[in-house]
Design a protein around this ligand. Structure first.
Ligand SMILES: [Ca+2]
Ligand SMILES: [Ca+2]
Length: 548
């Protein structure tokens, strides 16, 4: 029913880090009958062994698809056929993760310094501790219809690597009433220009760096030094100007009385309203970097990033290790950046030109902390919205979380839902976020005969989900063989659970799940409109030891 090409395509989407229990083998075996073997004899023998011939794949050479009673029996049959010499080959059908090889490496000369985008070990780091930007850019470079508002200090509007992506000159909310233009106004204004570059510096223009969303637009908004009135009005302005994502690499500094750092009702209301009502009711995604100090951001006297309507981003380092930033139950994601405590090179981004800014020159090679992590997540959201502007804020958040890589599991200790208060849902992965992704959980993974278990299929797709389905691969139980299909309505993320399932016969069973998207568009040639994954369940008789 579902073509192999779909499975191959979706495995590509998940790459080597395919979730589930790795490649799954089905009960089917592809057999090329040996030239000197008598097919009629072989067919009769297969029938006696209760093996069904499902299809004649080709007549010359004779290739047939047969179906054994289970994957294990299929593997045994394949080995026997090959050993006997009656098959030129006999190969069990196997779903195997493959890598999406298409990449887009931009021509920006400093791209090699952007290890957070593509980590090739530039500074002795772990290769691949990055967001897979070139793989994401093979799908989309982003759309100028998507606007990322940067709330920060000033942004240099005429920076040669930003100017083409600046949506408007923005507004300065550090005074009330605010004044037009969010350009830097003091020598200290150097942060916003670097934040903007990570989100959406112009890519592929032959100069400098690339933002993670190289064709998205930047709406600069100056708030460093604003009152609560200024901040609240800044959020309302961003929404009114059509901001799709609002990125914030700032928070309130803890004071001697930490209580003072708490977010007041006016600011909270503005943020909640933007998240709920922005984008014509689909909701504006609001991203905040957590504190650079490794403290709990989410408990009493919580940081502004702890708000429910905010995506709170911490830091993972150049070796995909966590722990270099604030954390807690309110954490959503980590993104690669240099933690402030670690003395390694940062990821390159734009700097105010010439002597202004962080350094002499137009680019800064050492930007880090959560200031660099938040705009990375905001830019990935921009890529998602470039594929499908109808995604809701909740869709965006769930897709980013569902497709994040579970880095540093040893220190994170992810729970069954994939969450850790030390790493959120893991390190954002732009490439995985942009294609369909599916996970299947069989719980518990080990049961006694007749003991109930459940199957949960969670899936995301930027173009919207059409359906998810699962089946037990040749369990011998018609009720489990499936497929069990749940139609969906184009949401970006869904999790569906089938419970009170049971198997009587001991053994190890393979389960597989497939998600298909709505195929509303073809973002790029060969775009995978589905995803596949597998899991297994072991049914064992309880021993006396188990029951104690
Ligand atoms: Ca550039
Ligand atoms: Ca400079």
């Amino acid at each position: 029913m579902l073509a192999l090409s779909l499975a191959a395509a979706c495995a590509a989407a998940n790459g080597a880090s395919l979730d589930g229990d790795g490649p799954a083998t089905t009960e089917r075996v592809i057999v090329r009958v040996a030239a000197d073997a008598a097919w009629t004899d072989l067919a009769a023998e297969l029938e006696r062994a209760n093996v069904r011939v499902e299809a004649i794949l080709t007549q010359a050479p004779l290739r047939v698809l047969v179906r054994a009673q289970s994957p294990a029996e299929g593997a045994r049959l394949a080995a026997e056929l090959e050993a006997s010499g009656r098959a030129a080959y006999a190969v069990p059908e196997t779903f195997r993760p493959i890598e999406l090889r298409s990449r887009h490496v931009p021509n920006d000369p400093l791209f090699g310094e952007q290890w957070a985008f593509e980590n090739t070990g530039q500074a002795g780091q772990v290769t691949g501790a990055d967001v897979d930007a070139p793989e994401a850019w093979a799908v989309t470079l982003g759309s100028p219809a998507v606007t990322i508002a940067v709330l920060d200090d000033g942004v240099q509007l005429d920076h040669p690597d930003l100017a083409a992506n600046i949506a408007a000159s923005g507004r300065d909310f550090t005074v009330y009433p605010p004044v037009e233009g969010a350009q830097p106004r003091t020598a200290a204004d150097r942060h916003g220009t670097s934040v903007a570059g990570i989100a959406a510096a112009r890519g592929d223009n032959g100069i400098g760096v690339s933002g993670i969303c190289p064709r998205c637009r930047i709406l600069p908004i100056r708030v460093d030094g604003s009152s609560n009135l200024g901040v609240a009005e800044a959020f309302r302005y961003a929404v009114a100007q059509g901001a799709d994502v609002i990125t914030n690499s700032w928070g309130y500094a803890p004071s001697a009385r930490r209580r003072d750092a708490a977010v007041d009702a006016a600011v909270r209301d503005a943020i909640d309203s933007a998240a709920r009502d922005g984008r014509g009711g689909r909701g504006t995604l609001i991203v905040f970097g957590m504190t650079n100090e490794a403290v709990d951001n989410c408990g009493e006297h919580a940081d502004i990033s702890a708000l429910d309507s905010v995506v709170a981003v911490g830091v993972s380092d150049h070796n995909d290790r966590i722990g270099g930033s604030g954390f807690g139950d309110c954490m959503d994601l980590v993104a690669p950046s240099t933690p402030e405590r670690i003395d390694t090179k940062g990821s390159a981004t734009t700097d105010r030109t010439g002597l202004d800014g962080h350094v002499d020159g137009d680019y800064f090679m050492a930007f880090g902390g959560t200031s660099a992590a938040a705009p990375l997540v905001a830019g990935v959201a921009g890529l998602l919205l470039s594929l499908n502007p109808d995604l809701t804020r909740t869709d965006l958040e769930r897709i980013l979380e569902h497709t994040a890589d579970k880095v540093d599991a040893e220190h994170a200790g992810y729970d069954a839902a994939g969450f850790s208060p030390r790493a959120g849902y893991g390190r954002v992965n732009a490439a995985r976020a942009l294609v369909p992704s599916v996970k299947i959980t069989v719980q518990p993974a080990r049961v006694a005969p007749g003991e109930p278990f459940s199957v949960t299929v969670a899936a995301s797709a930027p173009l919207g989900l059409r359906s998810v389905l699962w089946r037990g691969a040749a369990t011998g139980d018609a009720a489990l063989d499936g497929p069990h299909t749940q139609r969906l309505d184009g949401e970006g993320y869904a999790a569906v659970t089938w419970s009170m399932l049971a198997l009587e016969r001991p053994g190890t069973y393979a389960f597989e799940a497939v998600a298909e998207d709505a195929e509303v568009g073809e973002p790029v040639s060969g775009y995978p409109h589905g995803a596949w994954t597998g899991a297994s369940l072991t049914v064992v008789e309880r021993t006396d030891d188990d029951s104690r």
